[in-house]
Design a protein around this ligand. Structure first.
Ligand code: GLN
Length: 319
């Protein structure tokens, strides 16, 4: 496997420095609309880089398990593009950013109930309904399985987080019924919503998240286990979606300032992918207004800048 072009010393230092610099950064609040997320200690902060040749660099609380939440949308998207092909997926869900918050009903109204993006709640629920499954159990088993393949270890769901989400997911249920009305849900709407809620309630560490991202950076093969999770050609489609909608209404700002495809979750996780090189993950519960972790964004941005990873950077020309 091709070694990462950046020296291990530079990566190690970048990870430690980013953690140190942003450890006491203030601002943001834990998500509280899912009650159990409000109880996670706000000062937790983990940072990790995983490279395509399987090296791992950590700082802080990188082994603490937290709820994957919206980052789960990325892996189910990969699974469904594999099964249905990119063209069918584009027609049935859509691949354009909504420009609206992740749980927007207005975004559906504006597009005849078409979800548009697989990385907002509506699009994720629609995507789940496209998993080729014989029943609900099979659908769930495949989704959990693909999360584990990306992470390189079995992933499991937290019963407590799932219970807290299921007790409060009224808005997502409404979204699932609107999708049904518009013809953009392809199984029982409540089955899709239930599995969406479960896929958000799985537990990962910052290290898992970095390995999941590194699997994308590595063309769809897990750098730790060697498992081929998705086809190289499909990784490009997944990363494009992360670039367009990965940090919701801040996605444009993120592209402008950082320039890497990324995905956040309201559990406080964030992962960014430098294709062919590495993934940067960070976790800290307090979120900005868009639903992105304040410390994680700062740490990931700093590492991307230090290692000059932005995809839009034009290398200087030797004249
Ligand atoms: N389970 C959460 C929800 O549906 C996930 C949202 C997120 O992480 N942005 O609201």
């Amino acid at each position: 496997m091709a070694p990462s072009a950046i020296s291990t010393d530079r990566i190690k230092k970048a990870v430690v420095d980013a953690h140190k610099k942003h450890k006491s950064k203030r601002g943001g609040k834990n998500a509280s609309y899912i009650p159990i997320l409000g109880q996670v200690p706000s000062k937790l902060f983990g940072v990790c880089v995983a490279t395509v040749d399987g090296q791992i660099f950590t700082a802080g609380d990188a082994r603490y398990e937290f709820a994957l939440e919206s980052i789960s949308k990325v892996f189910t998207l990969g699974l469904v593009i594999e099964q249905r092909g990119p063209e069918q997926f584009r027609g049935k869900v859509g691949v354009d950013p909504t420009g609206h918050p992740f749980n927007s009903v207005l975004a559906l109204e504006l597009h005849n109930d078409k979800p548009m993006s697989p990385l907002v709640n509506a699009g994720a629920i629609s995507t789940i309904s496209l998993v080729e499954a014989i029943d609900a159990e099979d659908r769930w088993r495949q989704i959990l399985g693909v999360q584990g393949d990306f992470a390189g270890r079995p992933i499991s769901m937290s019963e407590a987080i799932n219970a807290s989400e299921q007790a409060t997911n009224f808005r997502n249920r409404a979204i699932a019924w609107l999708l049904r009305d518009g013809g953009y849900i392809y199984c029982d709407p409540m089955e899709a919503c239930d599995i969406y809620t479960r896929q958000c309630s799985t537990l990962v560490t910052t290290v898992d998240l970095a390995v999941m991202g590194a699997t994308l950076a590595n063309g769809g093969s897990n750098p730790l286990t060697g498992t081929k999770v998705i086809a190289r050609a499909n990784v490009a489609h997944v990363l494009a979606q992360m670039a367009m909608e990965g940090v919701y209404t801040r996605s444009g700002d993120w592209a402008y300032t950082v320039g890497l495809p990324a995905k956040s979750g309201v559990g406080g996780g964030l992962v960014a992918v430098a294709p062919g090189q590495l993934a940067i993950a960070a976790f800290s519960p307090p979120l900005d207004e868009a639903g992105n972790s304040v410390r994680a964004q700062a740490a990931v941005a700093q590492i991307a800048h230090t290692l000059q990873l932005g995809l839009f950077n034009v290398p200087p020309r030797n004249e």
